[in-house]
Design a binder for this molecule. Sequence first.
Ligand code: GLA
Ligand code: ZN
Length: 675
Amino acid sequence: MADWKFDKILHGGDYNPDQWREYPDILKEDIRLMQLSKCDLFSVGIFAWSALEPKEGEFNFGWLDKVLDDLNAAGRKVLLATPSGARPAWMSYKYPEVLRTNADDSKNHHGGRHNHCMTSPIYREKVRIINTELAKRYGDHPAIVGWHISNEYSGECFCPLCVDEFRIYLKKKYGTIEELNRAYWSDFWSHRYNDFDEIEPPFTRGEGSIDGLRLDWKRYCTLQTVDFMKAECAPLKEFAPEKPITANFMEIFGGLDYWRFTDVIDVASWDSYPKFRGDDSDYEMMLNTCFMHDLSRSFLKKPFLLMESTPSLVNWSDVNRMKRPGVQKLSSLTAVAHGSDSVQYFQWRQSRGSFEKHHGAVVSHEGTENNRVFSEVAELGDILEKLKNVAGSMNKAEAAIIYDWDNRWALNFAQSYHKGDKQYVEVCVENYRALKRHGINVDIVESDSDLSAYKLVIAPMMYLMKPDTDKWIREFVQNGGIFVTTYASCITDENSLCILGGFPGRLRDVLGIWAEETDVLYPDQKNRIVFSDGTEYDCGFLCDIVHTEGAETLAVYGDDFYKGTPAITCNGFGKGKAYYVASRAENKMLEAFFGSLINQAGIYRPAGNTDVLPENVYVTEREKDGVKTIFVMNYSTGKKTVTLKNAEYTNALTGEKVSSSVCLEPWGISILQYE
Ligand code: GLA
Ligand code: ZN
C-alpha cells in the first residue's frame, strides 16, 4: 500500500482545464487565484477522456503536460484522475457493448456519465489503455501526489455479460445448485433452480421475491465494481507504485458496500453536500454529514480527504440555497474536526456551459477574486495553513456504532415491519446523535469486526447476522465491553434466512432475553418507556415484546396489552453488559440512556462535560504526538458558551492563551490546542 502523508491540511478542488483549452490565458489566471486563496491540491482530468483521446487510439496530452508543468512550477499538487466516469461518444457508437443496461432490460443510449458496464471486456480494455498512457507519461511527474480513480462509482448493469458474471459469482460462492437453493429457501413459490444458468438477476419485471438473491445481486454489484477498480488501478500500480490511490465516495450511499473498497484505496475520500437552510435545524441535518466523516475515517482508521464540497451552492437540489456567510468555513472545518486532512471543492472554476454551469465554484463566471465566496475560500486557506500540526492526527474513539450495508439491504428487502425503506440509516444516525450530544468521538464499524478497541458498541437494528458477528460481540462483552442492540436485531443469518429457536437469535444468551413478538405501529401511534424512578419517554415505530431470561428489566412499556413488560433490559455476561432497547424512543431517552452508559464505561469526553453539550454544539478531538486539538462548533443562529475542562489552551489560529470558557458566535468554531 502506498502511503498518504502530508504535513499540512490540503486545500483545493476539482479542476477542469480540459474545458478551457480555447482560453489560453485562463491557466495563468487560475494559478494566480490558486496562490491567492492558498489552494494547493487539485483533482485534474476527472471527465477528460474526450480531450485525452479525441479519436480511438489518438492521444492528445499536450494540454495536460502544460497544466501539470505549470501547476508544479507554481508549487501546486495534483491528484490525477482516471477518466472512466464518462467516455467519448466514438466509443459508445463503435462499441455499444460498453453502454449500461437497466433493471427493466432497456439499454442506455450514449450520454450523461456513469453510464457504462463494469463487466464489458471492451470497456475494461479501453480503460486499461488510457490509464496505462497516463501512468507511463505522468507516473513520476513531480506535481502528482496520488490518483483519483474514476468518479463516484455507482450503478448496476443488467446486460447479458453482467448476467453471466453474476452466475459465475454464484457458482463460485455456493459450489452446487443445491446449496444455493438451500440459501434461497427456494421451495417457496416453486422457485427451485436446477442449474446456475436458470438464474437471473432481479430485473424489474423479474425475480424480486427471493431476499437471498437480491442480497447476492447487491453484493455482486459491489464486488464487480471493486474488481473494475482493481483493473483500473493495475497500470497505475505497475508504472507508479508509490502513488496512493483514492476513490471519491458519496454520503452513506446505498448502492455499494464501501467496506469492500478498503483494501483497494490507500486513503479514503468523500464528496459532501449538506443541505444547509441557514437556520437552527442545520445541526440535525449535519448529523448525517458527521456520521459520514466518522465512517470515512473508520474505513482505514486513518485521516481521510474531503474530496468535494461546494464553496457556495449546488445546482441539483430542490432548493439550491447558498451557504450563509461563515457556513462554508464552519462546514469545512467540521470535516477537519472529524479527521479530514483536506478541504476540497467542486469546483475550482465554474464551467461556462452544460449541466453544471450554475453550480457554485471558487472562481465564478465573473472571474475575479473580488467577491464574497472567493474571500471566504481565501480566509479558509489562511486558517488551514495555521492548522499544519493537525494533519495526520487522529480522532481516538472509545465508542462505536455498527453500520453495515448487507444489513441495510436485507432489512429493506424484507416484506415486514413498515413497507419500503426500513429507516435503518435514520436509526443509526439517531443513535449516533445521542453519542454526539455528549461530545465524544465515535467510530463506525462493520458488523463482523474486532470490537476490542472499544468500551461501548451500539448495534442499531442489526437484523442480519454475518457468520462471525456474534463471535465478535460475545468476545467483546465477555471481556468487559458494554453492548447495546435494539428492536429488529439478530433476526436472520447472512442469507436472510430467519434464525430458528427464538429472537434475538445467536445473541439470545448474551442479551438474556427472548423477543417473542414485534408490534409495528402506525406513524401516529405511540407507546411509552417507563423507568423504575418514574421517568418516562415516548416510543413507537417497532415495539418488541420481550421476556427476560436472566436479564434485569430497567424500563417497561407504559401502554397497550404489553404494558409492564420489559422495554429496556440489561444482562451481565462475562465481565461486560449487554443491553436491549426494545422500541424506538424519542431522542431525549437515548441521550439520557447513552449518557449513563458513557459514564459507566468511563468513556473519555474531550470537553470534560458529564452530561449533554449545549444544544446545537458539536465537539470532537484529534490527537498527535501528545498534542490534542479540540474543535467546538456552533450550528446555530445564536451565540453559545461552552465550558471545557481545565487545561492550558492555546487558540490554534491566533496562538493566544485562552480560558476554558469558549464563546462561540453564530456559525462559529473554536479550535484549541493543549497537551
Ligand atoms: C458530485 C460529482 C461532481 C459534481 C458534483 C456536483 O459530487 O462527483 O462531479 O457533479 O457532484 O455537486
Ligand atoms: Zn453489463
